[in-house]
Design a protein around this ligand. Structure first.
Ligand code: FAD
Length: 292
């Protein structure tokens, strides 16, 4: 298992910002992952797993940790009866493709979530009224001290939340799906993709929803739109003119630009609506959301 230094994480985030990792490894097997975690523990280094970087803001100054990105066997997907077994690094698109080919349905909601199985568990990602907790049977969580299979209840899955902490790496998952004809899965995915395309900036570089939706009221996007934030720009980052809960990289954006936009958005939502927005995007590295 090779550990690289100075790998720029902007290559691995969908928004395209972020500095270098102190150390970077791409374990392809469970043994390689365990070796990487031991390597970090021996040096007292923190560990951050990343998936497809689709919900990440990485500090411009970089991350003082071993960053692991799962590949090989740990990104493979296989259907076993009504179960879909996926590596923690398996892209959702691949899992959905394998499910459809095996005549399995129930994972269609993830068609427009451009992340991995591990990232889905971390965030209990979801869309259209379903989330990971609806399909996940168990996840194999590996740390420097050992590994174990955890159920959704043991993972503490709730709205865009799990109890996972950095250093715990989701290496495998099992999804329970149901029999569904291929044509039905295809039609459901086409419908969801069309709805998504109409409402969100799907062709721009973003990190998905910036903020969690506040409980029991208008969504974060609607609140920010009413604050006049659509199109508001700081440096290379702009609040999406299509959906105010997205920040687009309009060219040369930095993480600092995104954070400044977030601080301004949060300030306006607080002043106008008395709502304290909570960010959905995950921060890696020494990031503090400035209080505006
Ligand atoms: C255009 C767009 C649309 C989106 N739509 C949605 C949506 O509808 N619903 C939704 O919920 N999200 C959405 N997202 C956000 C994002 O795709 C999801 O949160 C996704 O689950 C993140 O997965 P990832 O693999 O990219 O994780 P990353 O962004 O790489 O990481 C996110 C978090 O997961 C952790 N993590 C990643 N892999 C592992 C692992 N193997 N083990 C342990 N921890 C891990 C990271 O440490 C980090 O804390 C969208 C994003 C974009 C860009």
């Amino acid at each position: 298992m090779r550990v690289e230094e100075g790998v720029l994480l902007s290559r691995f985030t969908t928004i395209g910002t972020g500095g270098a990792a102190r150390a970077f490894a791409r374990p392809g097997t469970l043994a390689e992952l365990e070796e990487a975690l031991r390597w970090a523990a021996e040096r007292g280094l923190a560990v951050n797993a990343i998936g497809l970087g689709s919900n990440l803001l990485v500090a411009d100054e970089g991350v003082d940790a071993l960053v692991v990105k799962l590949g090989g066997d740990l990104a493979a997907v296989e259907a076993r009866g009504g179960l879909l077994a996926a590596g923690g690094g398996a892209p959702n698109a691949v899992a959905l493709h394998r499910a459809r080919a095996a005549g399995l349905g129930g994972f269609e909601f993830a068609c427009a979530i451009p992340g991995t199985a591990g990232g889905g568990v971390w965030m209990n990602a979801g869309a259209y009224g379903r989330d990971w907790s609806d399909v996940l049977v168990r996840a194999l969580v590996v740390t420097a001290d050992g590994s174990g299979w955890l159920t959704p209840a043991e993972l503490g899955l709730s709205y865009r939340h799990s109890e996972l902490r950095h250093g715990q790496v989701v290496a495998q998952v099992e999804y329970r799906l149901e029999s569904r004809p291929v044509v039905e899965v295809r039609a459901a995915v086409a419908d969801l993709n069309a709805r998504r395309k109409a409402a969100q900036p799907t062709t721009k570089r973003t990190f998905g929803s910036v903020w969690k939706n506040p409980q029991g009221g208008a969504g974060a996007g609607r609140l920010l739109e009413e604050c006049g934030l659509k199109g508001h720009r700081i440096g290379g980052a702009v609040v999406s003119p299509k959906h105010a809960n997205f920040i687009e990289n309009a060219g040369g954006a930095t993480t600092a630009d995104c954070l400044a936009l977030m601080a301004e958005s949060r300030r306006r939502a607080r002043e106008r609506f008395g709502v304290e927005l909570e960010h959905e995007v995950v921060f890696l590295g020494g990031i503090d959301l400035p209080r505006a």
